[in-house]
Design a protein. Structure first.
Length: 285
């Protein structure tokens, strides 16, 4: 079963939930899809080894063949090519590797160039205990997170449980992360900002038709509007993690609280069992 942990904005505790849930289960893979800032391993502190580099195909201009006809730059809706009267510029960070400019160029003046945009790592074979962590990271200066996430997700073993830490927000990298997941836990906090971003995240999972529930982090620190919203919308509140001094202290030291507080390990294990039960009933129905 593939369970994504997502949130409409950063800083809600999404990664904390992903790590603690993964630590509370047996034989689990944990995927850090927040490739612009992967930080599951700040908590797990595993030795990682490189699995593969992720590449992207961008255009390389053969300027001596170019007639500056502008067909390529007119075609590119991502503004990754600009044609000047006697100069052509490319902006690799904007390129979506669609290949269209190479097709429309009448002079054969554009060829393919492979560039490295990111890296996939996993826990070293020496690491025998705990979740098997897979981490994607986007190289500095690169902007195309989705190809790195897609490559990372190829490592999901369908026979095992996968916990997937999604990037924050509701943009393309989140959609790539949520594609094909079985269930999504939406993490939020009981504040007006938390509610606003939760509403956006709910719209996304509803459009993608992904079963979902809400986990309220730092419960007790704000107001009741998130819970009222969930009740009005018929969304289950799966768990509340209170504003708790010990949890905060452990967090500040980079220690997952389920590792030190057995009652939370039990709660996260129960959370998984209830999600899995609900998913099984829905897929059998
Ligand atoms: S490959 Fe596609 S996105 Fe990239 S520059 Fe060419 S047309 Fe634009
Ligand atoms: S389409 Fe080809 S020939 Fe025309 S400006 Fe682009 S690279 Fe040059």
């Amino acid at each position: 079963m593939k369970i994504a942990i997502a949130s409409g904005k950063g800083g809600t505790g999404k990664t904390t939930v992903a790590v603690n849930l993964a630590l509370s289960l047996q034989d689990v893979q944990l995927f850090d899809c927040d490739v612009e800032e992967p930080n599951c391993n700040l908590f797990l502190k595993k030795e990682l080894e490189q699995l593969t580099e992720v590449t992207s195909t961008i255009p390389e201009i053969v300027e001596e063949n170019c007639t500056y006809c502008k067909k390529c730059s007119d075609f590119c809706r991502f503004n990754a090519i600009a044609t000047l009267p006697n100069k052509i510029l490319t902006f690799p960070a904007l390129c979506h590797s669609c290949g269209g400019c190479m097709i429309v160029c009448p002079e054969g003046a554009i060829r393919k160039q492979e560039i490295v945009i990111g890296t996939i790592r996993k826990t070293s074979a020496k690491e025998k205990d705990g979740p098997e962590l897979y981490e994607g990271s986007l190289d500095i200066g690169q902007t195309m997170a989705s190809p790195v996430i897609s490559e990372l997700k190829k490592n999901i073993d369908p026979g095992r449980t996968a916990i997937i830490d999604a990037p924050p927000g509701t943009a393309c990298p989140v959609l790539t992360t949520l594609e094909d997941v079985d269930y999504c836990i939406l993490v939020t906090e009981p504040t007006p900002f938390g509610l606003h971003d939760l509403e956006l995240a709910v719209q996304v999972v509803r459009i993608l038709d992904i079963p979902h529930g809400v986990l309220i982090n730092r419960s007790g620190s704000g107001d009741e509007r998130v819970e009222e919203y969930c009740m009005d919308e018929g969304i289950e509140v799966l768990m509340k993690i209170p504003q708790d001094t010990k949890i905060a202290q452990l967090y500040s030291k980079g220690i997952p609280f389920a590792q030190e507080m057995d009652q939370w390990k039990e709660k996260f294990a129960q959370l998984y069992v209830s999600i899995k039960g609900r998913y099984s009933r829905e897929t059998e129905a």
